[in-house]
Ligand binder design. Structure first.
Ligand SMILES: [Fe+2]
Length: 460
């Protein structure tokens, strides 16, 4: 006898969609700025198979599906959704989609394959950077806006793989540096940070659980074992500071606040040799709840890393809960003022009355939040009752000089109609009505990450 367990990450708008859709000439409310020429691509797990949705289901598990909206000359030309398919059936990264080296890349951490996708989303193939990747990559590489280099910290979710790998690809996508960085156990390293001169490795206390690996191997998974990573009281919490292009002997480890960080907003060097690192941090994850990061709410924090003193100091920057941090990418690795976020969790109730109070500290989507790191002030955009968003993406206005001169794009799910929209906001003024709303033909499930990609970026 099987017992049906209602997994919150398989219900509502977390639930997968079954088919691939192509629709042209989408209806728009408002006016799409003519300067928005490109495509918004977003991805997430879309688990439709019996194994993916079985007893061990974890939110992070499932083949990827890309959702794309093509905008050109003030029109919404198309919406397309496609399962991500590499050369082998299991090659279906679900975490991020971005452009680098002239290619569209669908990415995932932990050892799965990466996939390159043609601009129209109809051709895909497995991609290992021309043979440079022997195994695995990350969903969150960092691209330097000054020279186009892409830096990454990767790990293998595999017993015995007690190292991280630091890779650098040049602007053309060619591997120019790799180094193995020894660690103890198998820490989950979802994101990393990069400044103009250094990279920061996050070695935090969530590690591969051999108990969960054993249950998976025996075919007797418990809830959440699909991602066999657990909070580990025995593991250190530390940051590693490494010169860009450096090797393990140049790595300086410094104790960090005991917490977990999925996402980095940005990092930059200060004149005294310190690093400012803004993160979204959790007191714990996968300690009490295993199917997703629901132990407690995330918070925006600023870490000041002083390598010369061997110290990290932490300042909690907001008294409510945000995730999905994004900046103006032109400032990646440089001093930023603004961050844009999706409001999440119970403390975002102060910002949104629309959030279900019973969801605890889960990734409950909510309003869009802009945070000013110089004043500590937040401004929000609420989309209306039952209408919620996740990750924003900033797109600069052509010729813009101010950091926030541009648009914020995000997918909004309308719980009243169970449909989704691509909503364009004025990035400088979150209080005003949307600039434009592109009505999509169907809902886009809550997912992970997306980016705005221009034609110039995928000329290959
Ligand atoms: Fe992520």
């Amino acid at each position: 006898m099987t017992t049906a367990i209602r997994n919150p990450y398989l219900a509502g708008n977390f639930a997968p969609v079954r088919d691939e859709v192509s629709v042209n000439d989408l209806p728009v409310t408002g006016a799409l700025p003519p300067g928005l020429n490109g495509r918004y691509l977003r991805t997430g797990p879309n688990p439709v198979g019996p194994v993916e949705t079985g007893a061990g289901h974890h939110w992070f598990v499932g083949r990827g599906m890309v959702h794309g909206v093509r905008l050109r000359d003030g029109r919404a030309e198309w919406y397309r959704s496609r399962f991500i398919r590499g050369d082998a059936a299991e090659d279906s990264p679900n975490t991020n989609i971005l452009a680098h080296g002239g290619r569209l890349l669908a990415l995932e951490e932990g050892g799965g394959a990466q996939v390159t996708i043609a601009p129209g989303l109809d051709r895909m193939s497995t991609w290992n950077f021309g043979g440079a990747l022997r195994a695995g990559y990350t969903g969150h590489p960092k691209i330097d806006p000054a020279n186009g280099e892409m830096h990454s910290i990767s790990y293998l979710m595999q017993p015995g793989a007690e190292y991280l790998r630091y890779d650098v690809m040049d602007a053309a996508g060619k591997a120019i540096h790799t180094a193995e960085l020894p660690v103890s156990g198998i820490p989950m390293v979802h994101d990393m940070a990069m400044t103009a001169t250094r990279v920061v490795v996050l070695d935090l206390p969530v590690t591969l659980s051999m108990d969960a690996v054993g249950r998976l191997a025996a075919g007797t998974p418990r809830s959440g074992d699909g991602i066999p990573m657990r909070w580990n009281e025995e593991h250190p919490s530390r940051v590693g500071v490494l010169p860009r292009g450096g090797t393990a002997d140049q790595l300086t480890w410094i104790d960090a606040p005991r917490c977990y960080v999925f996402h980095v907003l940005n990092a930059y060097d200060t004149p005294d040799g310190s690093i400012i690192l803004d993160v979204v941090r959790y007191d714990t994850v996968f300690r009490d709840v295993f199917g997703g990061p629901a132990d407690g709410p995330p918070a925006l924090a600023r870490w000041t890393i002083a390598p010369h003193r061997g110290a990290v100091t932490e300042q909690i920057m907001s008294d409510y809960s945000v995730e999905w941090p994004r900046i103006n990418q032109k400032l990646a690795g440089r001093s930023h003022r603004y961050g844009w976020f999706g409001g999440t969790g119970p403390t975002s109730l102060r910002l949104s009355d629309d959030v279900d109070r019973d969801r605890g500290g889960s990734f409950e989507p909510g309003p869009l939040v802009k945070f000013d790191t110089t004043t500590g002030e937040a401004s929000t955009h609420k989309f209306g009752t039952g209408r919620v968003t996740q990750e924003p993406t900033f797109v600069a206005r052509p010729g813009a000089e101010a950091e926030d001169d541009g648009w914020i794009l995000s997918v909004v799910h309308d719980g009243n109609t169970d449909r989704s929209e691509l909503v364009v906001l004025d990035a400088a003024d979150m209080q005003t009505a949307p600039v434009a709303r592109v009505h999509l033909p169907r809902r886009v499930p809550f997912g992970f990450h997306g980016n705005w990609i221009t034609d110039d970026e995928i000329s290959a």
